[in-house]
Write a protein that binds this ligand. Structure first.
Ligand SMILES: [Zn+2]
Length: 140
């Protein structure tokens, strides 16, 4: 099911959830994270990979994560449907983070409130409430 110009629901939830809920899986997501993903896709103008299990890849937990998963932190923003891990074709995670933080007001306005530093092979962003007027940088 298509949920924005460039994304289908499978990119935000894994196969077990699609099997259990079908199109209602979208109800597990904070709508802002879909808007932010589409904004990043448009801003950089490059193909973006979140989950790719539906096209034969092995990523299933880069969007929503089930509460009982052993992936990531116990209270990860992924478990609230507010986070994604992603890559963009042709740019390193560090290049993506640098560009987002350089223009952080623009991304904040779209709802992006937090970014993880230092991850080498992906970029983590989320839309948690921080009460800050800048993007929160967390160190995993
Ligand atoms: Zn993450």
């Amino acid at each position: 099911m298509k949920i924005s110009k460039n994304f289908v629901i499978q990119e935000f939830v894994g196969p077990a959830i699609i099997n259990a809920l079908g199109e209602k899986a979208i109800q597990l997501l904070d709508y802002r994270i879909i808007l932010i993903a589409q904004f990043i896709r448009d801003y950089f103008g490059r193909p973006m990979t979140i989950n790719n299990w539906h096209i034969g890849g092995h990523f299933t937990e880069r969007g929503f994560r089930e509460p009982q998963t052993h992936t990531g932190a116990p209270f990860s923003q992924h478990k609230f449907g507010r986070a994604i891990d992603f890559t963009l074709d042709g740019l390193s995670p560090e290049e993506i983070r640098t560009e987002i933080l350089k223009n952080q007001q623009l991304f904040l306005e779209k709802g992006l409130t937090c970014i993880e530093a230092k991850t080498l092979t992906w970029v983590h962003i989320d839309c948690r409430y921080t009460g800050l007027d800048k993007i929160l940088i967390v160190y995993p």
